[in-house]
Design a protein around this ligand. Sequence first.
Ligand SMILES: NC(=O)C1=CN([C@@H]2O[C@H](COP(=O)(O)OP(=O)(O)OC[C@H]3O[C@@H](n4cnc5c(N)ncnc54)[C@H](O)[C@@H]3O)[C@@H](O)[C@H]2O)C=CC1
Ligand SMILES: O=C(O)[C@@H]1CCC=N1
Length: 289
Amino acid sequence: MSIMLSQVKIAFVGAGSMAEAIVRGLIQTKVANPQNVYMMNRSNQDRLSFLCSEYGVQATSDQATKNTIIQEADVVVLCMKPKDVESSFAELQPLLSERQLLISVIAGLSIEKAERLLQSDLPIVRTMPNTSSTIGLGATGMSFSTKVNDTFKQLAIQMFEAVGTVTIVEEDKLEILTGISGSGPAYVYYLMEAMIKAGIEGGLTEEDANQLTLQTVLGAAHMVQTTKEHPAELRRKVTSPNGATHAAIQALDRHQFDEAIHQAVLHCAARTKEMGEQIAATSTVGKSV
Ligand SMILES: NC(=O)C1=CN([C@@H]2O[C@H](COP(=O)(O)OP(=O)(O)OC[C@H]3O[C@@H](n4cnc5c(N)ncnc54)[C@H](O)[C@@H]3O)[C@@H](O)[C@H]2O)C=CC1
Ligand SMILES: O=C(O)[C@@H]1CCC=N1
């Protein structure tokens, strides 16, 4: 049996940048019906008003209404920061039931720990999206708990394919995947910042440096996609022996560019795991939070 995403009620718990990126993609592609998309946060009413007017979604800051929405939702998407997991899961736990699908975007939170915190083995999809979902070019990694049936798997895949690509991996690969695609946009922006800065320092106008850098990164990504050649081969074609690019690559090597990126990916993966481990493993249900 397949279900259309437009027909299900989706509640986003947490209404920050990642929730907005996914919602914007879902609404723009018309994969979800804004009447069936609910967003909630801790307390920022201005933020909810903006999201309602921008995307036509439903939102409330009233606690009783929030509880009803969560109880009635078919899909609950967990979009809070790792530090807020314990308190928010304690609030959510009495409201959830096993007919619902839980989708987590929370970096580092394992399925096993989520089940333990919620004292339930309701179906959970653990994902690692990225902010490029905002424009439909996201890259999402995904793993399923054993309770996720084929219908729910298709629903989750449909949701994230609406905002980019989906790569299904074993759960223990999600940390290293975070090192590449979850945080990866930041490395590319950092590279762009450095190129722009060097261009300006060399005498280009800011406008020209921005435009040239943007088109270069866009063109390089499209070249990999269109030619299907390995980045190493495409790099070789730019690099004339003893030419200008050769000098540039030598400078990057002297400054250990490859090693720097390698370390960035590994540190990101390690920090992701650590953030997950820092979330207490036991339920706070029944304790004051
Ligand atoms: N920003 C990114 O590039 C990516 C973020 N993520 C994950 O997405 C999650 C959210 O990250 P951002 O959107 O960047 O954070 P953010 O700080 O922009 O948003 C977090 C939201 O959660 C809300 N919140 C906290 N406790 C709550 C509760 N008990 N009930 C309802 N709402 C509550 C806050 O009010 C806020 O709206 C994190 O777990 C992060 O690991 C995953 C992939 C990429
Ligand atoms: O920086 C973070 O913790 C989140 C996870 C991946 C991207 N942003």
